[in-house]
Write a protein that binds this ligand. Structure first.
Ligand code: G3P
Ligand code: MG
Length: 249
């Protein structure tokens, strides 16, 4: 078999259970686990000193108590941020998670991880992959890991470091348009991750017909997301996976 034998769940908690806890934190992953999710999607990028941390934006303003760019912080400075209080008082004092800490937690909980390599503008894709992929491959078995990105340089670098039998790669698309087959074949991709609002039946069926797993981000209304299951979508990456549970057959 070409790819790891991944038993993909129908629902993946986006940035952890980000509707109930501050996104991309240890507490959000615990919340996802407590809500019955077996997989989480998380974003990884580098601090200025090269430490991989779990974080979505290029800036720190939206999800912390400070302002500036993540790339301007070293680990001690990043540790001083409060990354929970912006969400609610109940989470005040939450600290940014390094990739290593997050991998330890995910493995402890026996969860699966879709790790998105987040290459924000001006950042170095290859440095991100070199700093984050070896530890990730070490921490989690291939059956519980998908590494994804919008950035082809990051995906190609990841593929150079690990063969398809060891690493499932997910290719992120806004719309699955012309050229998608070439892009995915070249990367020996396992899955395609599409914006659910831009996916249509024909695109979904083509993706499934070529044997790829098909994931959609970020549907949050289970009633609006019913055709997509019929088109063959395997998994929804949602902020509110708990809302979907009753709608799954
Ligand atoms: O990986 C799916 C989704 O997370 C991609 O978009 O901006 O939420 O990281 P974003
Ligand atoms: Mg993401």
């Amino acid at each position: 078999m070409l790819h790891p034998d991944i038993s993909l769940p129908r629902l993946i908690a986006h940035r952890g259970l980000s509707s109930r806890a501050p996104e991309n934190t240890l507490v959000a992953v615990r919340a996802a686990h407590n809500a019955g999710c077996s997989w989480v999607e998380l974003d990884v990028q580098l601090l200025g000193d090269g430490t991989p941390v779990i974080w979505h934006d290029a800036g720190i303003r939206r999800c912390s108590d400070a302002r500036g760019r993540l790339a301007d912080l070293d680990l001690p400075a990043a540790r001083r941020l409060d990354v929970g209080g912006w969400f609610s008082d109940a989470f005040r004092g939450e600290r940014i998670a390094t990739l290593d800490e997050m991998l330890t937690l995910i493995d402890e909980l026996g969860m699966g991880l879709n790790l998105e390599l987040k290459v924000n503008r001006g950042r170095n894709a290859e440095a991100l992959v070199k700093a984050s992929l070896p530890a990730t491959l070490e921490a989690l078995p291939p059956e519980r890991l998908i590494v994804s990105s919008f950035n082809d340089q990051a995906l190609s670098q990841a593929r150079r470091l690990a063969p398809a039998s060891r690493l499932a790669l997910g290719v992120l698309f806004e719309g699955v348009g012309r050229g998608w087959q070439k892009r995915c074949a070249g990367l020996e991709a396992y899955s395609i991750h599409a914006d659910w609002r831009r996916l249509n039946r024909r695109g979904a069926e083509a993706v499934k017909g070529d044997g790829y797993a098909l994931l959609c981000y970020t549907p949050n209304d289970p009633t609006a997301f019913t055709h997509q299951w019929q088109w063959g979508v395997d998994a929804a990456i949602s902020d509110v996976p708990d809302r979907f549970i009753d709608h799954l057959s």
